[in-house]
Design a protein around this ligand. Structure first.
Ligand SMILES: [Zn+2]
Ligand SMILES: [Zn+2]
Length: 68
């Protein structure tokens, strides 16, 4: 990591923040924390086809997404 900062591994924005040795901006770090918390919750089934929905983060909100 250079003294000028690095590019966030997730969104590519310049950051000097780092997570597990990888340049990760604070916003992405926060999102990943949310995702870790969301993984502790039970998965929801799609109301339309019964498929297990995966958790995703959109605009700092955890959403359930149907894979189909
Ligand atoms: Zn980022
Ligand atoms: Zn579905």
């Amino acid at each position: 990591m250079s003294i000028f900062g690095d590019k966030c591994a997730r969104c590519g924005s310049k950051t000097r923040h780092e997570v597990d040795g990888k340049a990760t901006c604070v916003a992405c770090d926060n999102e990943m924390q949310l995702l870790v918390e969301a993984k502790g919750e039970e998965l929801h089934l799609c109301p339309f086809d019964g498929a297990t929905m995966s958790k995703e983060i959109a605009h700092m909100i955890v959403v359930d997404r149907c894979p189909t």
